[in-house]
Ligand binder design. Sequence first.
Ligand code: ASP
Length: 318
Amino acid sequence: MISRRKFSALLGASLVSQTYSSCNATERGLVGNKVVSTWNNQKANKVAMEQLVRGPQYLLDAIEKGINYVEADPNDTSVGYGGRPDREGFVTLDACIMDKDGRAGSVTYLEHYMHAISVARKVMEETPHVILSGDGAAQFASEMGFVQKDLMTEESRSAYYKWLEKAEYQPKINVERHDTIGMLALNTDGDLSGGCSTSGLAYKMPGRVGDSPIIGAGLYVDNRYGAAVATGLGELVLRQLSSFLVVELMRSGQSPQKACEEAIFRIVESTDVSEAQVGLIAMNRSGKVGGYSIHPGFNYAITDDKSSLLKEAPSYIN
Ligand code: ASP
């Protein structure tokens, strides 16, 4: 039987969604277009904004094109082309995308295709599934017309050979930058979408899948309340489903900032974080943004119709 408390929460939730659908944009306090992304990705935000200003229907294009920009950048060593390989020298990508209607698509362990976020979007839009992995994901990418590419650059190949000399595996806080590109976008209708893409931890074990392609871990969007995305040591995010937790905390009334803080506390109280970084960002339907990390050094980019800035996230450990 449903408890009275649960019933009121459900009633509250349905009232909120009814309110959103029956009010006009101004009554809903809409703030215009806004894009938030992990790390110093203001250029990616600009690419996303170029889509958003075309109209609210370009919300997913904003996420896809913004992330594509980073995937194609050979100098970003944790995403797409130029991303660090696993310890056997294979570049394997993880990505996922979620839209305003709660649909989701994801690829894990994708090889030879640079734009993992675009393949994830196709999984969402063209298949009855949510996640495609490994060879199946690559086969699907080929069927969808994506073109294969060697994802190693001269620089990433020589860094890999250098790493092989000692072959020591020790993720380092903010040094590998753990820079999954995670992006959240809000359009002029007050709708939210999000995505993330990464080559995962440098020199990971073959077969390792991180948090980024797992809905609720690396990314979660609930268009009624807010969206959140994670970067950092994926194993910690996976164990706590941190993005889902952030969105649930926003649903219970917390601000994006407080929700990110609470989700980081949950990680910190459950495990030794002396050598591990996680950063979370969140945005709610009113365009309020939050970000928090375990250690200092995590920043995120906020871009709206008027300005763009890079914000240093406060952290649990100072
Ligand atoms: N979260 C990613 C992973 O664990 C890594 C990163 O953010 O760089 O695969």
